[in-house]
Design a protein around this ligand. Sequence first.
Ligand SMILES: Nc1ncnc2c1ncn2[C@@H]1O[C@H](COP(=O)(O)O)[C@@H](O)[C@H]1OP(=O)(O)O
Ligand SMILES: [Mg+2]
Length: 397
Amino acid sequence: LTPSRARLPYPPPPFPTCCRPSSAAAAHAAHPLPRRGSPRLLAVRAMASGNPYAAELAAAKKAVTLAARLCQAVQQDIVHSGIQSKADKSPVTVADYGSQILVSLVLKMEVSTGPFSLVAEEDSEELRKDGAEEILEEITDLVNETISDTGSYNISFTKEGILSAIDDGKSKGGPSGRHWVLDTIDGTKGFLRGDQYAVALALLDEGKVVLGVLACPNLPLSSISNQNGSSSGDQVGALFSATIGCGAEVESLDGSPPQNVCSIDNPVNASFFESYESAHSMHDLTGSIAEVHKTPPVRIDSQAKYGALARGDGAIYLRFPHKGYKEKIWDHAAGSIVVTESGGIVTDAAGNDLDFSKGRFLDLDTGVIATNKQLMPSLLKAVQDAIKEKNQAASLL
Ligand SMILES: Nc1ncnc2c1ncn2[C@@H]1O[C@H](COP(=O)(O)O)[C@@H](O)[C@H]1OP(=O)(O)O
Ligand SMILES: [Mg+2]
């Protein structure tokens, strides 16, 4: 442990048969943007740390930290001005684009292996339309201010540069090669309310999630167990990270030492997490499953739930979207590896692993369940019974 970093409570799997650079990575061509350090130097550094994705992990952490800084500035403006009550979505749009540009900038500057592929939500189409000049100017100013305030790079974007940087996120992902997967602001509703949100970034290599980082700017560093997202500790801003076969870590987002992480002694009595928004997950279904555990849900927005689960604030995360909703890979890629690398399991309602190799969407059965290894068998049965009961009740109507 370093003073500013704590390992998560679950033991990581033994080091690491799966920590080898992929052959696809080795075959990748040179990157178009200038970069710090030669590929050879980065490879040596990565080998020295025992993590073949060390350079990518460092870049990913830097990227989401910078993006989170931009998002925090916008969220504070929103909360202070009360814009969210007027349902004006433009500030969140500016932050979404800004976050995507900063993440793509950092990754292109810092990562040397292969062609750049980013799967993200935004493209520049809307910003190229007549009437979008003002918002484009706002995004450009905000991005340039964040870069210069943090002293990250000696770079200033033009408006055209902003548009083309946004289009870096157009990749469709898929089963081969490397793809970064980004949720610029996960939990938009929480962001607008002044609550939890996350900047979530993962790397897919040959269809598998090999690393993930979650910046959760409003998540307390101490446990939020049983407290509906709040905690007795003062310090907020958590950065979770995980690399395949190398475990997961949590540190404070501002670089200062975190408070102790908290593990659950008796997981059966532990809280369970679910969406704050009932439109995102069926609270009646999760309620009937959770009855067994006799604990009220802790409802918070975004993949902060995965981070909180990984460090033991709760033992279960249940997510059952309403019929017809298709889950996107960027809503689960980073969070799921943080949980699995901290010793947990993430499956769909049929008990299948999530498959991130099918493009921009997840093809899954009914919902997402995350918990520890002891609880998974009984939880899965409870989930399947509850779904059957709900379906039977619906068919009688
Ligand atoms: N109807 C819906 N059902 C499930 N998830 C949704 C729905 N609408 C939006 N989402 C997604 O849920 C995520 C946040 O979930 P939560 O905070 O409840 O955990 C967001 O990424 C959001 O996607 P989007 O970013 O496209 O709006
Ligand atoms: Mg999202």
